[in-house]
Structure formats: structure tokens, C-alpha cells
Design a protein around this ligand. Structure first.
Ligand code: HEM
Ligand code: HEM
Length: 139
């Protein structure tokens, strides 16, 4: 079914989902930061949310990569790059995976988990700038 949808529909579903997922992961991250020794269940919810978020972001990047034609991508006007978004996404994800590896089995908070949280928040701040610049899409 998803294959038959137009590009525009896919972008709508993808980018609206991202907006809600950004808010959800922010709330979840804040919750973990405020009560680091809370219930194990909250971390599981965070990991599931984070994994879905990562998946939809990869879909988003792929959709926008195909969105610009070859000719357009040659011109400098359309070659917008997102170094900070990309770098922080990578740092958040790698540290998140390592934190998950440490957490599963021990169920205790780790230093890498704390570092991951900082990268995560910086990533969210960068996303806010990105969304603000693209705000026309949501109107
Ligand atoms: C690693 C993270 C991300 C990367 C690398 C990325 C990359 C891109 C790129 C390359 C574009 C094309 C237009 C432009 O250059 O500005 C774009 C557009 C856009 N992005 Fe992202 N994005 C990321 C995360 C997000 C998230 C989390 C959201 C929403 C909460 C979002 C919302 C949008 C919107 C609304 C547009 C404009 C869509 C349109 O006009 O068709 N992006 N993004
Ligand atoms: C933008 C996305 C994300 C944000 C903003 C974020 C934010 C946070 C924050 C603030 C914490 C609490 C750190 C602390 O207690 O000091 C945390 C913990 C954690 N996150 Fe994320 N996270 C994100 C994505 C992910 C992803 C994708 C994964 C898994 C692959 C993940 C796995 C974890 C784990 C396992 C913990 C617990 C670590 C521990 O307490 O030692 N997170 N995250």
C-alpha cells in the first residue's frame, strides 16, 4: 500500500510523524533525566520510541534525497547540507546503542547514558531550528 502513495503523501505522513515523535522523545528523555532511578518500564518505552524515531528519520532523509532531481542537486542553491543535524543524530544514536547495551541486563544508569542524554538534547535543539526554517511545510 505504501508503495502506491504519491511522494507528497509520504512526505506528509513522514514529516508529521517526526514532529510528534520529536515531542514524545523529548518528554521521555526529560522524564529519564528527572528521575534516573525510576521504573525500568520508562527506559524500555524510551528505547522503543527512540528506535521508531530513528527509523522515521532514516525514511525522511531517504525521501528528501530522492526529492531533489539530479539536475537540481548539481546546483548550489539546492545543495543544502545539514552537518549539525547529521553529526548529532550520529552521536545520539551511537551513544544510545552503547547505553542500551550497558543498561539491558544491569538495569542501572551509566555514564555513557548520561552523555547520550546530552547529545540527545543538543540534537533536539538542532531539530527545532531545522523545523523552524521549514515551518511552511506544516501550514
Ligand atoms: C538527522 C535528522 C534530519 C536530517 C538530516 C534532515 C534533513 C532534511 C533535508 C535534507 C531536507 C530538505 C530541505 C532542507 O534542506 O531543509 C529536510 C526537510 C524537512 N525536514 Fe528534515 N531532517 C532531519 C530531521 C527532521 C525532523 C526530526 C523533523 C521534524 C520534527 C524534520 C522536518 C522537516 C521538514 C518539515 C522539512 C521540509 C519538508 C518539505 O518542505 O517538503 N526533519 N530535512
Ligand atoms: C533524540 C533522541 C533521544 C533523546 C533526546 C534521548 C535522551 C535521553 C536522555 C535525556 C536520557 C537520560 C540520561 C540520564 O539519565 O542522564 C536518555 C537515556 C537513555 N537513552 Fe536516550 N535519547 C534519545 C534516543 C535514544 C535512542 C535511539 C536509544 C536507543 C538506541 C536510546 C537509549 C537510551 C537508554 C538505554 C537510556 C538509559 C541510559 C542510562 O540510564 O544509563 N535513546 N536518553
Amino acid at each position: 500500500m505504501i508503495m502506491q502513495m504519491t511522494k507528497k503523501t509520504k512526505l506528509k505522513i513522514c514529516d508529521w510523524s517526526l514532529l510528534f515523535l520529536t515531542i514524545a522523545i523529548l518528554v521521555s528523555g526529560l522524564q529519564l533525566e528527572i528521575s534516573p532511578n525510576g521504573r525500568v518500564m520508562w527506559v524500555w518505552i524510551h528505547i522503543v520510541l527512540g528506535t521508531v524515531f530513528t527509523g522515521v528519520i532514516l525514511w525522511h532523509i531517504q525521501l528528501h534525497r530522492n526529492h531533489v532531481t539530479k539536475k537540481q542537486s548539481m546546483s548550489h542553491i539546492h545543495r543544502k547540507k545539514h552537518p549539525f543535524l547529521g553529526i548529532l543524530f550520529f552521536l545520539m544514536l551511537i551513544s544510545g546503542i552503547v547505553a542500551t547495551g550497558h543498561w539491558v541486563g544491569t538495569y542501572i544508569h551509566s555514564t555513557i547514558g548520561g552523555i547520550h542524554g546530552k547529545f540527545g538534547f543538543l540534537f533536539i535543539i538542532t531539530i527545532m531550528g531545522h523545523v523552524w526554517r521549514n515551518r511552511r511545510f506544516y501550514r
